[in-house]
Design a protein around this ligand. Structure first.
Ligand code: FES
Length: 227
């Protein structure tokens, strides 16, 4: 796994796509609500390749892949996100048996909502083992990495992911969602800076995020549709 991880990379091209190398598995997932919670269902089968370019401008006719439309439309892909570490940016919620960090990078995928409430309330009531478990699930399933649950010894509770990329679709919000990057794949800025390695992160592909390269849920307000 380590060798595979080492070879994986996402390079952000200036005013262009995300260039993914290292045979990273690519799939499409659809966000579907089931009662009060959300789950991911399999979507279209996407082609696999050692190297591929994912559209970042929102204008490709071959999404999720780049078709060079960014050149015709004069896409401005300037990266605006803070480069401070997650822990420096995040706010702490302290529950009786769980900590929660939250950096507020929201893709509005709603995995923080569970059967018994939202992740923040569940954390505050984590003396109840059912709520504690639900808080951990709610935090861990957020594709943006916005939420991380920590046990009382301060150890992060993270799902184990192999490096992979999921193209999210959000039909209930009439939008195509972000690129969910899992498993600590390095993401390199167009200026060469390597972003903090994270197990989960959501990259913008509608071209309109105010926190590029990361998703800020703008795809919903603009009803971004990739096809
Ligand atoms: S980044 Fe190339 S078409 Fe969108």
């Amino acid at each position: 796994m380590m060798n595979h991880q080492k070879k994986c990379n996402i390079k952000i091209l200036k005013n262009g796509p995300y260039l993914v190398t290292g045979n990273v598995p690519l799939s499409e997932k659809i966000i579907v609500s089931k009662g009060k919670i959300n789950v991911l269902m399999d979507g279209r089968i996407l082609p696999q390749a050692e190297e591929y370019a994912l559209c970042r401008c929102g204008k490709s006719k071959k999404a999720p892949f780049c078709d060079n439309s960014h050149e015709k439309t004069g896409f401005n892909g300037a990266e605006k996100a803070s480069r401070e570490t997650y822990e420096d940016r995040a706010e702490l919620t302290e529950g009786p048996d769980l900590y929660l960090l939250d950096d507020n990078r929201c893709a509005f995928t709603r995995f923080c909502h569970r059967e018994h409430g939202k992740v923040w309330d569940l954390t505050e009531n984590s003396h109840n083992p059912i709520y504690r478990e639900e808080a951990i699930t709610a935090a861990s399933e957020c594709p943006t990495g916005r939420l991380v649950a920590y046990d009382k010894s301060g150890k992060a509770i993270e799902p184990e992911y192999e490096p992979s990329i999921e193209i999210l679709q959000d039909p209930e919000k009439q939008a195509s969602g972000p690129i969910s990057v899992k498993g600590n794949i390095p993401i390199e800025s167009s200026d060469g800076y390597v972003y903090e390695l994270r197990n989960r992160v959501a990259l913008c592909r509608c071209g309109k995020s105010r926190n590029t390269p990361f998703c800020d849920a703008t795809h919903i307000s603009i009803n971004y549709a990739d096809s």
